[in-house]
Design a protein around this ligand. Structure first.
Ligand SMILES: [Zn+2]
Length: 88
């Protein structure tokens, strides 16, 4: 996804820095006890499986918060003075 807001002269897009995750991170958090699956890169299934197993072990824990994390970066657009400064 890439969007340009001309008045602001900034662009918003995915973070491309080295080491930044390219895919969203998925995590399930139990609403009853707060226990978490931990975040997994790019795959939703491990968090889903964790939630099913967690309810299996704690049958009264049935509500989860699904946390999906992506990283964005705002960069100077064409004509923005920061663009020329950063290019030097
Ligand atoms: Zn729980």
């Amino acid at each position: 996804m890439r969007a340009i807001i001309k008045a602001a002269e900034w662009t918003l897009g995915p973070e491309t820095a080295e080491g930044a995750p390219r895919e969203p991170m998925y995590e399930a958090e139990c609403a009853s006890c707060g226990e978490s699956s931990g975040a997994t890169d790019g795959e939703q299934l491990p968090a889903e499986v964790w939630a099913l197993k967690h309810t299996g072990a704690h049958p009264s824990h049935r509500t989860y918060r699904a946390i999906i994390t992506s990283f964005w970066r705002v960069s100077p657009a064409e004509g923005n003075p920061y663009r020329e400064l950063e290019a030097q």
